[in-house]
Design a protein around this ligand. Structure first.
Ligand code: SME
Length: 148
């Protein structure tokens, strides 16, 4: 199945899965599990904005760093810039935080509140270089918009 088609089905599955759920941690837990299982990524998870820093939230994959300051690493930069960052080679990203030496490329998508504040970021890591492209960005942004 093409990536595009996988994401289309995944988005439908996630919509049904989180319908009516108001607890954001429960939603993030099932969203990252669904993405991880369907797409087979190396690490898929959320960092939540808590008291001015990012704190590790629901995730799938190996253990990871628990606190990330504003503006630091790919996650902190996506939060600061309020936009998705696609990093084809983490070694080329200044200040990249290496939770795992196996991670080679990543994408970080902010999750926004109704008031347009970043409340969390979705971070996905790959063991291969240049895994993420415009298709990933588009669908993952769509999925993050479903999270309230
Ligand atoms: N690499 C991320 C840190 C989080 S871990 O990859 C799970 C970053 O630079 O923000």
């Amino acid at each position: 199945m093409k990536k595009d088609e996988k994401y289309r089905l995944l988005t439908e599955q996630i919509k049904a899965l989180i319908e009516g759920e108001t607890d954001s941690v429960a939603v993030m837990a099932n969203v990252c599990a669904a993405i991880h299982e369907t797409m087979g990524f190396f690490w898929t998870g959320f960092y939540r904005v808590m008291d001015g820093e990012l704190v590790l939230g629901p995730f799938q994959g190996p253990v990871a760093c628990m606190h990330i300051p504003f503006g630091r690493g790919v996650c902190g930069s996506a939060w600061e810039q309020k936009k998705t960052l696609v990093v084809p080679d983490v070694e080329q990203f200044p200040g990249h935080i290496a939770c795992s030496s196996l991670s080679r490329s990543e994408i970080v998508v902010p999750v926004f509140s109704q008031a347009n504040e970043v409340i969390a970021v979705l971070d996905i890591d790959s063991k291969e270089l240049a895994t993420f492209d415009e298709t990933d960005r588009q669908y993952l942004e769509g999925i993050c918009k479903l999270i309230k």
